[in-house]
Design a binder for this molecule. Structure first.
Ligand SMILES: [Fe+2]
Length: 183
């Protein structure tokens, strides 16, 4: 798979810039996780990049979301392992998380939202000065970005990365693409 082709396809299917940024952020975290765990960085990164490609096409229909996404990913050349991770990141289908890649995508997805929310409440609204300790504190504040599923993020321990390290790794990864995220 060629990243540029994947990104072009995402841009053709997703108008909402924040959704594109969410997928870029997920990609960055997935690449870092893959590096940390000795997995395939390209495979994991592109899975993160692609995972919500169908969000607008399915128009909020959670019964279709990620089924279409997995099909679109396959058309773009994704492996079955990638398509499976994309399919099961939407719990609606009841497809169990089986592989490390499945679990990684599932826990990286909501972490992006927590980190973006933590950046946006800063006076400068930037990632640069945001510290991991602050994100960890926000994680424990249940009323902060209440839609972010903390339990889902915590599943990082199932791939051998404890929560504190996961938050540090995720923040660092997202800081690395801060310009692309407009943060
Ligand atoms: Fe997502």
């Amino acid at each position: 798979m060629i990243r540029k082709e994947v990104l072009d396809s995402i841009k053709a299917n997703v108008e909402n810039e924040n959704l594109v940024k969410h997928m870029l952020a997920t990609e960055a975290i997935m690449r870092s996780l893959a590096k940390r765990l000795g997995e395939d960085e390209e495979e994991w990164g592109l899975t993160g990049l692609l995972h919500d490609i169908d969000m607008e096409l399915t128009g909020g229909d959670m019964d279709s979301h990620s089924k279409l996404g997995a099909d679109l990913a396959r058309e773009l050349g994704a492996s079955e392992a990638m398509a499976h991770a994309i399919l099961c990141h939407n719990e609606t289908h009841g497809v169990p998380l089986e592989t490390e890649l499945d679990k990684a995508l599932f826990c990286a997805d909501p972490l992006t939202g927590l980190i973006i929310a933590a950046a946006l409440v800063r006076p400068d609204k930037r990632l640069a000065g945001l510290e991991a300790g602050s994100v960890k504190k926000k994680f424990r504040e249940k009323s902060f970005a209440a839609g972010v599923d903390r339990q889902q993020i915590s599943l990082c321990s199932q791939i051998g990365v404890e929560l504190d390290e996961f938050i540090e790794l995720g923040l660092k990864a997202m800081k690395g693409i801060a310009a692309d995220l407009g943060l």
